[in-house]
Design a protein around this ligand. Structure first.
Ligand code: MG
Length: 203
């Protein structure tokens, strides 16, 4: 399986990182080794001094597809979860300056903690879904999928023009504003609506 991540999908977040708004979805990949499941702790890596959290809704692909039309994209996922797109912001800033790929800042081991997945049928409207992240009990990100620049269906359609989607692939759909650094000892707890999806420690 592969992990596809969308960048700059919320205007307020693009602004906080001083990025221009994209005209098309921006995406990058993380390998399977990035996954961190079952609330296992995240060990702060020694190659960075500025690891940032980015809470994101995550879509799990349920059907093989290529060149998916936007109007059919909803048939390609059944479940939704919540994850963190951990980013070594110091390394990413260096790479961006040089116009180089982001992998060292984005694709490292355990950079993609994820929650269990729940059926999308549990929600009335997947494009009006509030989600949030707390660190040590304090809300640091509070977003809604209504603010996505590119909808989930648009993302699935766009990505599948280039890359075949396979069952079990995950799409991280971008982060709202409020990203920031984590430190050792922090407890990260994520919610979709009022439902606690994950809670893990940075060690
Ligand atoms: Mg992200």
């Amino acid at each position: 399986m592969k992990i596809i991540c969308i960048g700059r999908n919320y205007a307020e977040h693009a602004k906080e990182l001083k990025n221009t708004l994209p005209e098309k979805p921006v995406f990058f990949l993380k390998p399977e080794t990035a996954l961190l499941r079952r609330n296992r702790p995240f060990f702060y890596p020694d190659f960075s001094n500025d690891i940032h959290y980015e809470v994101e809704l995550v879509v799990k692909i349920s059907k093989v597809g290529l060149h998916i039309q936007e109007k059919f994209a909803h048939n390609y996922y059944d479940e939704i979860g919540l994850g963190i797109d951990f980013t070594a912001r110091d390394l990413q800033t260096e790479q961006k300056k040089k116009g180089l790929p982001w992998e060292i800042a984005k694709a490292f081991d355990n950079s993609a903690p994820i929650s269990p997945f729940i059926s999308k049928k549990e929600f009335d409207d997947i494009q009006k879904l509030p989600f949030s992240l707390q660190i040590n009990g304090k809300v640091v990100q509070d977003g809604t999928s209504a603010d996505m620049i590119f909808s989930i269906n648009k993302i699935i359609s766009y990505v599948s023009q280039f890359v075949s989607l396979k069952i079990g692939d995950l799409i991280f759909t971008g982060t709202p504003a409020g990203v920031g650094p984590v430190k050792i000892g922090d407890q990260l707890t994520g919610f979709i609506k009022n439902k606690k999806m994950f809670s893990f420690e940075v060690k």
